[in-house]
Design a binder for this molecule. Sequence first.
Ligand code: NDP
Length: 332
Amino acid sequence: MRWGLIGASNIAAGHMIGAIRGAGGDIRSVLSSDADRAKAYAAEHGIAHGYADLDAMLAADDLDAVYISTTNEKHFPQAMAAIAAGKHVLCEKPLAMDVADAVTMVRAAEDAGLVFGTNHHLRNAGTHLAIREAVQAGRIGEVLSVRVFHAVYLPQVLQGWRLDNPAAGGGVIPDIVVHDADTVRFHLGEDPVDVVAIDAESGLGKGVEDSCMSVWTMPSGAMVMTHESFTHAHARTGLEIYGTKGAIVARNVMTQAPVGEILLRTDAGEEALPYSDHNLYLRALNLFHAAIQGQGRPAADGIDGIKSLAVAAAVAQAAKTGRRTTVDYGGV
Ligand code: NDP
């Protein structure tokens, strides 16, 4: 599988180049908005070609798929160009700046017969796979409520556009609420109906929210509360799912590494749930390659990306207006 990287990003350098290669992919080219940076990034990562022009990169015709990890406002036009050129697309979250654009790009890929994936890594974690299995096997009964703790301290290297550039899709809501929405959907197998939310600038954000709390209702009646932040140096992440017969209490699981602890609590007592410690991003790539070969689907597909964005958009709207807001999934 021959890949092109659209975006000379940290996430590609830190996780995705290794995952693509680990899954047997050959990274042929990388695109940056700056020609010198494209060349330097290509040289640093052993990639043959660095481009500053997307059309030229796509016209080179040595690519089967592209991975898009530019800032968020670029995902939509770049995905549309790649789809028009017949490339399979693995796109970073949030898929676009609004739900309508996300629907357009996912439908375009579908119409062209191309595989489209959203890079929601958490549903690939051994921890989350074990939690989902326990929930779906009925080990905690009917789900009553979920609490997601996803307040972190944004690493220095990432303290750029996320904190001061709304036009690039900055803010904790597009950055982290989308992951929490995808994770809750993954575990509960249902989509949030409506949300209330409050956001804040709590020390790092300059013109964009760096913290958010929200409460969502689910079709089953389950209630979900989430907390996302860039400013909490001493918090630890977690996920708790409470059911009629038991609870799952997971710590340090809203993360990119294959780590964390999961406790299952029932009338019988407490037990630690075992989980696989495989690489999250490598699993996503293996599933993406298989989908291109006609086997199965990506770990998170385009519809998953639309839905996580729709929840985040509703949270942003609810925080802005102070009103309970229905999630608009754009007709999908
Ligand atoms: P970066 O800030 O690293 O990269 C975004 C863009 O910024 C790049 O495309 C690049 O532009 C430019 N850039 C990056 N580093 C430099 C530099 N040293 N000098 C000049 N320009 C630079 O973003 P992230 O990697 O953090 O995020 C990219 C996307 O991936 C986002 O959509 C984000 O939401 C998503 N993401 C997903 C994660 C996941 O686990 N699923 C985790 C982290 C991010 P150019 O390409 O033009 O050179």
